[in-house]
Design a protein around this ligand. Structure first.
Ligand code: HEC
Ligand code: HEC
Ligand code: HEC
Ligand code: HEC
Ligand code: HEC
Length: 321
């Protein structure tokens, strides 16, 4: 072979090597020393934006939580609202409060930081040489992961008892729908929409009502939540209400037909009336004298004592005799 041929071969190889270096992200980048969730935000901008607007981010600053915990004078309340990384604890073990950056609430580290360094994911194809050193942790995409903080009021037990078609594989099925990330990678939505989002609330249940030969009735079916409706927080209440129009065309005041709720521990005179996943409950309505028209509606309250005007109206239907 002539020297020229050999040289051009060598230059071509060098060129390819340079190109590869430019086009592909560096492999074996220095591992990140994980100290704070603030480190994650620039590299995972999409996830960060969703999380910033979520109630997980809000967990320590939330004025409702501050009020009920007497500004966290009740230290027990800090544990799940500003937790240490849950992967430091066995499944089912109680999580503990962290000392630093409590203002970030349930942050990236709380859910992802691995006790041996790096971050947890159940994705077997995750780039294990990325700076944050993803490691395979099966539990990340399981109900046990969420259960570390969300089983206080038995949401996970309710999920286990739900019909198969509503359970999905786990909580992620409904609360972390798939989305696309930079570079065409599949990701999971981190905004955790639920009881503070009207479309999510409306997706939980369907309301039916009619006024037939047997009288007026209304029913509610839980066909969209993989647990009771409402769930988790004892302060949530969903009320079915009715009002009647008299012969003079005057509407009566709204009256309550039924309240779906898990009472506070000290409300010993009340029982749990939440609507389990997959179930339907029907209520007969007794018309006031002379009424030929009615309206039924479903109100959702974040707090049982909240007045009607501050509740979210999920559905309303008109009935005629
Ligand atoms: C210097 C940039 C950088 C920082 C900082 C960083 N990451 Fe990453 N991370 C990446 C890259 C690059 C990937 C691989 C993405 C891909 O597969 O395209 C990745 C992957 C991941 C994955 C696995 C994704 C999958 O495929 O399942 C998780 C989880 C993750 N990062 C979480 C975090 C968390 C939590 C933090 C903060 C402690 C963090 N990262 C900090 C760059 C970074
Ligand atoms: C075992 C974990 C855990 C502990 C301990 C805990 N919480 Fe929570 N808290 C949660 C979870 C999970 C939610 C979200 C449930 C939901 O939205 O229904 C929540 C939600 C709340 C909310 C509703 C926030 C809103 O705006 O929607 C309030 C208020 C609250 N907690 C107050 C407290 C108080 C007060 C204490 C201490 C007495 C406390 N929490 C202790 C896990 C915990
Ligand atoms: C480290 C504890 C912790 C873990 C783990 C956790 N959460 Fe939460 N979650 C909370 C707390 C605390 C709140 C209530 C924050 C607030 O409103 O003050 C909450 C709120 C929520 C809400 C209600 C949001 C709203 O708008 O009211 C949903 C839905 C939710 N979490 C789903 C999940 C799912 C699904 C998982 C598992 C992938 C999970 N969480 C894992 C602590 C946790
Ligand atoms: C089939 C879809 C579906 C599945 C599966 C599901 N959820 Fe939900 N979840 C919903 C809907 C819809 C709502 C809003 C209505 C409500 O509050 O019941 C909701 C509400 C919530 C809330 C907010 C409660 C509140 O009062 O603020 C929490 C917390 C929650 N889910 C946690 C979980 C956990 C934990 C799992 C897994 C064990 C899970 N969910 C599985 C659909 C689902
Ligand atoms: C309440 C728990 C929770 C919090 C808080 C949380 N994550 Fe996640 N994250 C998850 C779960 C669960 C998955 C899905 C894991 C799986 O499929 O194995 C996930 C997936 C990811 C992925 C891969 C999928 C995607 O959408 O790209 C990245 C990257 C990631 N998280 C980064 C972050 C960063 C950065 C933060 C903070 C801004 C954060 N996470 C906060 C629970 C959480």
């Amino acid at each position: 072979m002539r020297l020229g041929t050999i040289l051009s071969f060598v230059f071509a190889l060098a060129g390819i090597a340079v190109l590869v270096k430019i086009v592909l992200p560096p492999t074996n980048a220095e591992p990140l020393r994980i100290l704070s969730s603030a480190q994650c935000l620039d590299c995972h901008a999409g996830v960060a934006e969703e999380w910033q607007a979520s109630h997980h981010k809000f967990a320590y600053e939330n004025p409702e939580v501050r009020k009920l915990s007497n500004d966290f004078a009740n230290q027990e309340c800090i544990a799940c609202h500003a937790p240490r990384p849950v992967l430091n604890f066995e499944p089912g073990e109680r999580v503990l409060a962290r000392q630093s950056e409590r203002g970030l609430g349930v942050d990236c580290l709380a859910c992802h930081a691995h006790p041996e360094g790096g971050v947890g994911t159940s994705n077997p194809n995750a780039k294990s040489d990325a700076p944050c050193r993803p490691r395979k942790v099966e539990r990340m995409a399981s109900v046990e992961h969420c259960a570390s903080c969300h089983n206080q009021h038995k949401t996970v037990e309710q999920w286990r008892a739900a019909p198969e078609e509503l359970k999905g594989d786990n909580c992620l099925h409904c609360h972390m729908p798939e989305t696309w990330r930079e570079g065409g990678r599949k990701g999971r939505d981190h905004s955790f929409k639920a009881s503070h989002d009207l479309p999510s609330l409306q997706s939980a249940v369907t309301m039916n009502a009619a006024w037939d030969q047997n009288g007026a009735w209304v029913s509610l079916s839980n066909q969209g939540a993989g647990h009771n409706f409402p769930t988790d927080e004892r302060s949530r209440a969903a009320d079915l209400q009715v009002r009647w129009k008299d012969a003079q065309g005057e509407w009566s005041l709204w009256e309550r037909v039924h309240r779906f709720r898990d009472p506070y521990r000290d409300e010993t005179d009340l029982t749990n009336t939440q609507l389990p996943s997959g179930e339907t409950q029907r209520f007969e309505l007794t018309a006031t004298d002379g009424a030929e028209e009615a309206e039924v509606r479903l109100l959702y309250r974040l707090n049982p004592y909240l007045e009607d005007a501050l509740a979210s109206e999920l559905f309303r239907m008109s009935l005629r005799k």
